[in-house]
Design a protein around this ligand. Structure first.
Ligand code: AMP
Length: 178
């Protein structure tokens, strides 16, 4: 399946979760067996080229792509979690949202010191979530040089922000708008 075929499997829902947002829904992509396999295959190829030693995924949709990539590559998978989910003392980072703040947490023992970590999520918009996750993984001892997404929304500038922070950033496909 080509990347253009995969693009056609992403469903767009206007005004979700609030007015003015075009929600790019990957449920329909991962709900297509060959499409999901091809997306994971393309992303795993890029992670391999980046020398990945660990795959980290951001809760929740980053778990779907990241864990499938890690299993395919026989690499460890590290979940970057929403607050209060991990059963051990955590490293935590707060980051700004459009309204208010949010928090991400990681098990400080999950990343081997100096390991090359490839960060994965379904979609990058402003890049705030991915930048916070990358900083957290660095504090946990990882070297985060590459971030991979199924979808980029380039108008929101997230990929540029990540690249400016020294993280090579790549996505399978891009959509116009917010
Ligand atoms: P950001 O921190 O602005 O880069 O937002 C990225 C996170 O929000 C990702 O985990 C996405 O799943 C989600 N997200 C942001 N905008 C959209 C959108 N238009 N459609 C689907 N998911 C989105």
């Amino acid at each position: 399946m080509t990347v253009e075929d995969l693009r056609l499997l992403v469903r767009t829902i206007p005004d979700f979760p609030k007015p003015g947002i075009l929600f790019r829904d990957v449920t329909t992509l991962i709900g297509n067996g060959p499409g999901f396999a091809a997306a994971v295959g393309h992303m795993a190829e890029r992670a391999e080229a980046a020398g990945a030693e660990v795959i980290a995924g951001i809760e929740a949709r980053g778990f779907v792509f990241g864990a499938a990539m890690a299993a395919r590559m026989s690499l460890p998978f590290v979940p970057v979690r929403k607050p209060g989910k991990l059963p051990v003392p955590v490293l935590a980072i707060d980051y700004a949202l459009e309204y208010g703040t949010d928090t991400l947490e990681v098990d400080p023992g999950a990343v081997p010191d100096g390991a090359r970590v490839v960060l994965v999520d379904d979609l990058i918009a402003t890049g705030g979530t991915a930048l916070a996750a990358a900083e957290l993984l660095r504090r946990a001892g990882g070297i985060v040089t590459q971030a991979l997404f199924a979808i980029d929304l380039p108008e929101l500038g997230g990929a540029r922000r990540l690249r400016d922070a020294g993280i090579a950033t790549d996505a399978l496909m891009a959509f116009e708008g917010h």
